[in-house]
Design a protein around this ligand. Structure first.
Ligand code: ADP
Ligand code: 5GP
Length: 192
């Protein structure tokens, strides 16, 4: 039960981190988080090396040139995010399944690269109004940043159809159950 790739994407604020944390707490799924590199500042209790590798724009550009990333995006203006190739190798060496938490374009790119060896799940908020409430309630982003994230969310929701599955995160417990079942089935199916 290892060597699989699980891709999770969602508009910011839809509850992706909440659901990812829930999945990471399920040892039977054998998941390990792929730690991306980013140029944004750490937020709240985020730790360098476990949530992200926090690096400068200059360093990020150097890594792009070296071909270190399997995919990367300028997710917001001047905020770069990228998946290091080395993460996948590191996790496979440990005999685990990789869990990617990436933006919607990144999710589509990874699915195109890995095809049937990967499962892509899009997490949707019940509405844009609720998304705004959650982003405001989280209290980690300025009103300007929230506006930027909401505008991007509208574009991203149009791409949900390119994912293998969509989970609506309305009632949290229900969404947790749904995403768990989708991933468990995928891993078991691949084992047959
Ligand atoms: P993302 O990682 O997609 O940006 P988060 O997981 O940080 O989103 O969730 C955004 C906010 O919404 C957080 O404050 C989180 O506690 C809250 N939240 C997540 N899921 C739900 C839900 N089903 N109902 C209400 N609030 C939620
Ligand atoms: P945040 O700043 O909220 O942590 O992340 C913003 C967005 O960037 C989220 O949608 C997150 O999934 C995405 N992201 C994080 N790491 C990567 C990555 O390596 N590649 C891509 N394409 N997106 C990423």
């Amino acid at each position: 039960m290892n060597g699989r790739l699980i891709i999770i994407s969602a508009p910011s604020g839809a509850g992706k981190s909440t659901l990812v944390n829930f999945l990471m707490d399920r040892p039977e799924l054998d998941l390990e988080f792929s730690v991306s590199a980013t140029t944004r500042e750490p937020r709240g209790s985020e730790k360098n090396g476990s949530h992200y590798h926090f690096i400068t724009v200059r360093e990020f550009r150097k890594r792009i040139r070296r071909g270190d990333f399997i995919e990367w995006e300028e997710v917001y203006r001047n905020q770069y995010y990228g998946t290091p190739r080395e993460e996948i190798e590191r996790i496979f060496r440990k005999g685990k399944n990789v869990l990617f938490d990436v933006d919607v374009k990144g999710g589509i790119n990874l699915k195109n690269i890995f095809g049937n060896k990967s499962l892509s799940v899009f997490i949707r908020p019940p509405s844009v109004e609720e998304l705004e409430k959650r982003l405001t309630g989280r209290g980690t982003d300025s009103p300007e940043k929230i506006k930027m994230r909401l505008e991007k969310a509208l574009e991203e929701m149009k791409l949900a159809g390119l994912f293998d599955y969509t989970v609506v995160n309305d009632i949290l417990e229900q969404a947790q159950k749904e995403i768990y079942t989708i991933i468990k089935n995928f891993i078991e199916r691949q084992d047959e």
